[in-house]
Design a protein around this ligand. Structure first.
Ligand code: PLP
Length: 451
């Protein structure tokens, strides 16, 4: 990093203010130990007291080109000199218009209409509401299509609609009385198959369950919502090859819309710009967030086809438009997203990934030599190792994360596994370092009693 480290004088004060005032999301505050980031560069975060931490989870699956990237910084700075915010309700601005065009060009198939929002949950809410309204307003309405099919352990965000699709009890069960009921198909997990199902039959097995539900709810399902290829919040659960392709086919057969939530897996994480491309699938709605701006800003997008969009057209008095929007949707700082997409092209980023994926695969295979590691799996930049409990039956994942933190790697703590999803810009040497530390942390966690 070019700037000298902070001398640490401010750290105790900030840590106290952090404890006293900042309620961190998805964090048990009773056990929270402040970790205050002051700056970042590339894959490295730097704490206020000068510690360097490799950001192994891309600041929760967001960062793409590394932190503090000069090209994205410059694009945002230039835009700040023009306009930082203007509404997109009834007007547009240079950057967001360009971004809409760019996304329409990049998105698979006929996806051509872009509705911006502020975060991934909102991108999913938009898709849900637009799908619902589409069935009511299209030329031949099907107003009984009011249900959504989602998968076991799905995670689509925390707003009430997105949470209704969620299937992770730890996150969602407490809110059950507030949520609408989704039609739930079992988690299509390629690595934990039900007894008697061979790997080669996995996709068909899970698809037959979806087909059964579609038949049971014939004419009632508005859309299927899926995290394509990898359900990240479920614990990096990977779908069997062919599942997404088969799902698209089933949706077509049953006249059901397909919503692909690529908030986590979009923008290169699986090796293609969008995960849907890996199985030549065009969804009816593509939801993007996190990496859209290279991981810089809260900005999200829902992209759909002309056909769906046209169902919302009519005179102003017809009230056919989509009554959904957020104050900052279409914010001009979309300049960050344009710069990020430029970097994919100028750096031929996708072409550089297979070598990195192979290096990650080698390291994860070697993790199997650790007696605590029971299985490993990988899809592109996303890789996970399952960890056996210790001799007393206690999960060791949190301890592994804490030992890695002491050794300069930030992992998102998980009870029973360790996963990585670093920025795409990570170097081979940084991958070696990251994985060496994870191996050491697993050894250390199994050498001492866990707490
Ligand atoms: N969808 C998926 C697949 C996600 O992983 C997430 C967040 O992790 C979301 C939606 C929600 O995005 P946000 O936290 O930006 O609202």
């Amino acid at each position: 990093m070019t700037n000298p480290p902070n001398d640490g004088a401010a750290a105790p004060t900030l840590e106290r203010w952090d404890r006293d005032h900042f309620w961190h999301s998805f964090t048990q505050m009773q056990e929270y130990t402040p970790l205050v980031i002051e700056r970042a560069k590339g894959v490295w975060l730097q704490t206020i007291d000068g510690r360097r931490l490799l950001d192994a989870a891309s600041s929760i699956w967001c960062n793409v080109h590394g932190h503090n990237h000069p090209a994205i910084n410059a694009a945002v700075a230039e835009q700040l000199g023009l306009v930082a915010h203007c509404t997109s309700l009834g007007m547009g601005c240079d950057t967001t218009i360009r971004l809409a065009k760019r996304l329409a060009e990049l998105a698979p198939g006929c996806l051509n209409r872009v509705l911006f929002s502020s975060d991934g949950s909102s991108a999913v809410e938009v898709a849900l509401k637009a799908a619902f309204q589409y069935w009511r307003q299209r030329a031949e309405p099907q107003t009984q299509r009011t249900k959504f099919l989602a998968f076991g352990q799905a995670y689509h965000g925390d707003t009430i609609g997105a949470a209704s699709l969620g299937g992770i009890d730890r996150f969602h069960a407490v809110f059950a009385p507030l949520l609408f009921e989704a039609v739930r198909s079992p988690l299509p997990d390629a690595h934990n198959l039900p007894p008697g199902v061979a790997a080669g039959e996995a996709a068909d097995h899970y698809l037959s369950q979806v087909a059964g539900l579609m038949a049971e709810h014939a004419g009632e399902i508005a859309a299927v919502v899926i995290e394509p290829l990898v359900q990240c919040a479920a614990g990096m659960v990977m779908h069997p090859p062919g599942f997404l392709f088969g799902l698209r086919r089933l949706c077509d057969e049953h006249d059901v819309l397909l919503i692909a939530d690529e908030v986590a897996v979009g923008f290169g994480k699986t090796g293609a710009m969008f995960a849907c491309e890996q199985e030549a699938v065009t969804p009816d709605f593509l939801c993007l967030g996190k990496g859209l701006t290279g991981g810089y800003l809260p900005m999200a997008a829902t992209i759909t086809s002309d056909e769906i969009y046209e169902a919302f057209l009519g005179p102003a008095a017809s009230d056919r438009q989509l009554y959904h929007g957020h104050t900052f949707c279409g914010n001009p700082l979309a300049a960050a997203a344009l710069a990020s997409i430029d970097l994919f092209e100028s750096d031929a980023l996708l072409d550089s990934l297979p070598e990195k994926f192979a290096r990650i695969a080698e390291h994860f295979d070697r993790l199997l030599d650790h007696r605590a590691v029971t299985s490993v799996r990988q899809r592109g930049m996303i890789a996970a190792a399952e960890l056996a409990p210790d001799a007393e039956g206690r999960s060791i994942g949190r301890q592994v994360a804490s030992l890695a933190l002491q050794r300069g790697i930030w992992l998102r703590p998980q009870p029973d596994r360790v996963y990585v999803m670093p920025p795409l810009s990570i170097s081979l040497e940084e991958i070696d370092h990251l994985m060496g530390v994870i191996g050491d942390a697993i050894d250390a966690a199994t050498a001492v009693p866990s707490v």
